[in-house]
Design a protein around this ligand. Structure first.
Ligand code: ADP
Length: 412
């Protein structure tokens, strides 16, 4: 056997050392990889936990929203951007008497199975996207106020919410109140007429002579009774407007002569109060138009009475009328006590009286302008005012002039 040389021995030792180092390196790399793997696993677990938390939170939020939607006292219908029903709460199901599963995914107009839904669909027919609020008679015992709200997030239109608010009770109470006022007003009219004619007979001396102080007292009673009759008539007008029974009988009429007759009737009151009145007639021709002359007369009377009532002695009232661009405009200006800015939006509401007028004039019902607005709007016109407290007011109204009628009248 050949004896290994020292060099060979050395080489063998180096070789085995190299192998062991290599092995050790492989071991080390494996350990690092394992560590890396472990870290990645940990990160993944954390991420999964976060995702689970987020999912739970989203679930909770969804449940909360669903609880809110379900417990709303109003009915709620959500339409997607293709106008198909995507959600309906139990109140809406109850109001429409149709289960959610029969509606989801469908277009309201496509569903003709429920009479109630058909009423809602009819009301929504002329809804052009955007805000909409309307009273809808869903059934004989259900009146709802439908409001639409568009759902827009980041400029993208997600759809529309329909909120159904049951107003049956309010409407019933309102109707009963109107009926009561109407009944009471009718019942009061007869005795007030009887008082009026009795006082008139006494004043005219039909039942014997009366002395001056008796006459003065009777005249005061007569005027108070007249005011009461006026108030009852106002109340009857309001109840008729609210019940939709305030009928208009339009005939071809001349606004200028109506104004003249109102001014003539108000002359004594104006003089008594120490006011001056000017009626500025327009140079241009004021066409005759179709209108309910009695009701327009009532509007002018209301406006003139207000100007007289709310203008202190020495004041001035100016009436003018003009015709322009398919309409006639009436104006009445006074330099009276005016209307406070914060109260101006309420002026046409029923029973509203300005705080400044209550101090100077106890008489008045707050009904004149409400009735006047209804009359003008029923004629297709507009009524508005400008006013400054302490300086005066200008009330305006317009009445439309129908072109065809004007052309036709020119022939005569
Ligand atoms: P009334 O005159 O019976 O109170 P109206 O409906 O005619 O009721 O008017 C409502 C309110 O509008 C008045 O109470 C008053 O506050 C205000 N108003 C109307 N016209 C005038 C006016 N010319 N000047 C000042 N205030 C006015």
């Amino acid at each position: 056997m050949l004896k290994k040389t020292a060099k060979e021995k050395q080489e063998n030792t180096i070789g085995s050392l190299k192998k062991r180092i290599k092995k050790a390196n492989v071991c080390l790399a494996d350990q690092e990889k394992a560590k890396e793997l472990e870290n990645s696993q940990l990160a993944l677990m954390n991420m999964l936990e976060d995702v689970e938390d987020a999912r739970k939170k989203a679930e909770e939020e969804k449940e909360k929203t669903s609880a809110v939607v379900k417990s709303l006292s109003d009915g709620l219908i959500v339409l997607n951007n293709k106008e198909r029903i995507s959600l309906l709460n139990p109140q809406a199901e109850r109001m429409l008497e149709i289960p959610q599963k029969e509606l989801v995914g469908k277009n309201i107009e496509e569903i003709g199975s429920s009479a109630r839904l058909a009423s809602l669909a009819r009301a929504l027919k002329d809804w052009s996207k955007g805000m909409f609020r309307r009273e809808v008679l869903i059934d004989k015992d259900l009146i709802i106020e439908v409001s639409t709200v568009s759902m827009v997030i980041g400029g993208a239109e997600l759809g529309m919410m329909l909120i159904l608010h049951d107003i049956t009770r309010e409407k019933t109470v309102e109707r009963m109140k109107t009926e009561f006022v109407s009944l009471a007003a009718h019942q009061l009219r007869t005795p007030l007429s009887a008082i009026k004619w009795t006082l008139k007979m006494l004043l005219d001396g039909d039942v014997g002579d009366i002395n001056d102080s008796q006459k003065e007292l009777l005249e005061k009673s007569y005027q108070s009774n007249e005011r009461m009759i006026g108030l009852i008539n106002d109340l009857l007008d309001v109840t008729r407007i609210e019940e939709g029974r305030y009928l208009y009988q339009p005939v071809l009429s001349d606004l200028v002569s109506i104004i003249e007759s109102v001014v003539e009737n108000g002359k004594d009151d104006i003089k008594r109060k120490g006011l001056s009145l000017e009626f500025k007639k327009s140079n241009s021709r004021i066409p005759r138009i179709m209108m309910d002359a009695e009701k327009i007369k009532l509007v002018i009377q209301n406006l003139l009475e207000n100007a007289v009532r709310y203008t202190p002695s020495g004041g001035k009232i100016v009436i003018s009328v003009s015709a322009d661009k398919g309409k006639i405009e009436f104006q009445i200006a006074d330099n009276g006590i005016g209307i406070a800015k914060d109260q101006q939006p309420k002026i046409f509401t029923k029973f509203f009286r300005g705080s400044n007028v209550i101090k100077v004039e106890t008489e008045g019902s707050g009904l004149g302008l409400f009735v006047s607005k209804n009359i003008i709007e029923a004629h297709g016109g507009q009524i508005w005012f400008e006013s400054k407290e302490g300086e005066g007011s200008v009330f305006h109204f317009t009445l439309p002039v129908k072109k065809e009628l004007e052309e036709f009248l020119k022939e005569f």
